[in-house]
Design a binder for this molecule. Structure first.
Ligand SMILES: O=C(O)CCC(=O)C(=O)O
Ligand SMILES: [Fe+2]
Length: 519
């Protein structure tokens, strides 16, 4: 199994957790048989069992909490290494040992643990989560708080500080490392055993991080596409510099060209459910029941809620049947592979810009697929067939631990790609239809950072928008992304509709309007 695979979907994490249960069962047998040299293994088991005693009984509930997920990954990578060693060191090997080792061969890689750590760091950053809450195992706020029986140790915080540093989140790295220090103090205070990480070990990292933080801020400014710092230096004498006396922090603007860093700031602001649109913008938006003349879908009329008129973005309530949702999820489950996205060099890469797993679904997979596609055609009046030409086959995505998709366009921008014969034939992605196959407990909204539109996932609902303007060019205002899943799991399916098949279908637009209007 290649690295970076397990943390990126809840389905895989759940499998891991279940597999881990089997592994632990074996381990328990082994521990019972061997009465010496078991300290390390015992600790592993105790850590695992904590969730059984204090956590939820459903494994999907267990992995829905990112702190739990972090622990499962840490345990099955780092801690597992120690367990293996202590078993191997044991002079007596018998069948039980072989079995434990064999079962352990299917555990995740260290890259998985790093991916999971990056995910937790990103979650804390986006939602501005309180570090003192997270280290107690609490995620979320008020009555929505979910607790994990696990706390984060000084060593965990040190590791997460390093992950934040590697992600370029220098401000967050300082936070995690300072928390590691105070945690080390606490641990020394409440137990006679040494802290999980000593101050001597943490301090050099904190000092380096503070220095690099200031260097980056001095040379490159407070934020960019790959880094982030506080607005002013941490070193007090540097902070006295004139240029830091009146720093203007970015105030989110919409309908304006933005730098990548500013767009990401809008994205995070929307994810936290802060408003960027003013009431005048929303005043003309309506909810209505829509049935296209001449269509007869038994589910209609459709419940259409306008989210934005220019560009046109609508939410359609109760659009997908429970039976269809189940078919989509069960067929995709066994096919899920790590999602890729177009990288800077043009090729497709797996990075933390997009952390999910995906599968493709066609009409041949199930009658539900054809039914659902026809319904999208009835709603939008667009040509959906032939499949793969007028509209692409379905992409189903399952987001894992803190899974997210940073702002991007659905229309294709790469000229090389667009000039391929098949792409020439079908044209660019004129519209997106995306449906939610699951409710998300917290986080995971779909947001449009340049228009301030936010759509909260709602099982069975669909979102539709035009990606192209009336002249066929891409509309950058449609840039959008999926917010990190704060708690729970997220499933979506995408249907991308192509331009060329629609030449007789899309209404002519009023002269002078660059937007395609309502469907
Ligand atoms: O997850 C979301 O809400 C957005 C997904 C998306 O934009 C995509 O898959 O292209
Ligand atoms: Fe998208």
């Amino acid at each position: 199994k290649s690295g970076n695979e397990i943390f990126s979907s809840t389905t895989e994490l759940e499998k891991l957790f279940k597999h881990e249960s089997e592994v632990v069962k074996k381990l328990e047998e082994y521990a019972l048989a061997m009465e010496t040299n078991l300290l390390v293994i015992k600790r592993y088991i105790d850590d695992f069992n904590m969730i059984r005693k204090e956590g939820p009984t459903e494994s999907s509930e267990v992995v829905a909490n990112p702190v739990n997920a972090f622990h499962i990954l840490k345990r099955t990578t780092v801690d597992w290494e120690d367990v293996l060693n202590s078993i191997k060191n044991h002079t007596k090997t018998d069948g039980l040992v072989d079995e434990v080792v064999r079962k352990g061969a299917y555990l995740p890689t260290f890259e998985d643990f790093i991916g999971g750590s990056m995910a937790l760091v990103g979650l804390q950053d986006t939602y501005k989560l309180n570090l003192s809450d997270i280290i107690q195992g609490s995620i979320g706020e008020g009555s929505n708080t979910r607790r994990s029986p696990y706390e984060l140790t000084a060593r965990d915080c040190l590791f997460l500080g390093k992950a934040a540093f590697n992600k370029g989140l220098y401000d967050r790295a300082v936070g995690w490392l300072e928390t590691a220090l105070s945690r080390a103090d606490e641990e020394a205070l409440i137990s006679s055993a040494p802290a999980t990480a000593s101050k001597e070990e943490i301090l050099p990292f904190l000092e380096t991080t503070r220095r690099v933080h200031d260097e980056v801020l001095e040379k490159r400014g407070p934020s960019g596409d790959t880094w982030q710092t506080f607005p002013t230096p941490l070193n007090p004498s540097l902070a006295k510099k004139k240029k830091y006396q009146k720093v203007s922090t970015y105030k989110p603007r919409i309908f304006d060209p933005l730098s990548e860093a500013e767009e990401l700031e809008n994205f995070k602001t929307l994810c936290r459910e802060e408003e960027l649109r003013n009431p005048e913008l929303d005043a003309p938006l309506r909810c209505r029941l829509r049935r296209r003349p001449g269509t007869k879908s038994f589910l209609g009329p459709f419940k259409v809620e306008e989210k934005s008129l220019e560009p046109y973005i609508i939410l359609i309530h109760d659009f997908m049947l429970e039976s269809e949702i189940n078919a989509y999820k069960s067929i995709s489950s066994s096919r899920l592979r790590r999602s890729l996205h177009q990288g800077k060099g043009g090729g497709y890469v797996a990075t933390d810009v997009r952390t999910s797993k995906q599968a493709w679904l066609t009409m041949d997979d199930d009658p539900a697929v054809d039914e659902f596609t026809k319904r999208i055609g009835e709603l939008t009046g667009l040509e959906m067939f032939p499949e793969n030409e007028a509209s692409e086959v379905y992409q189903v995505a399952n987001y894992g631990m803190a899974g997210r998709y940073n702002p991007h366009t659905d229309y294709i921008t790469g000229q090389d790609h667009l000039s391929e014969p098949f792409e020439q034939l079908r044209g660019n992605r004129i519209a997106t239809f995306m449906a939610y196959l699951e409710n998300v407990h917290a986080g995971g909204s779909t947001v449009f950072p340049l228009t301030g539109v936010r759509v909260k996932p709602q099982k069975g609902a669909g979102v539709f928008w035009w990606n192209l303007r009336s002249d066929g060019s891409g509309d950058p205002l449609t840039r959008h992304g999926g917010c990190p899943v704060l708690y729970g799991e997220k499933w979506i399916t995408n249907k991308w509709i192509r331009y060329n098949a629609q030449f007789q279908k899309v209404l002519c637009v009023p002269k002078g309007s660059e937007f395609i209007q309502e469907i």
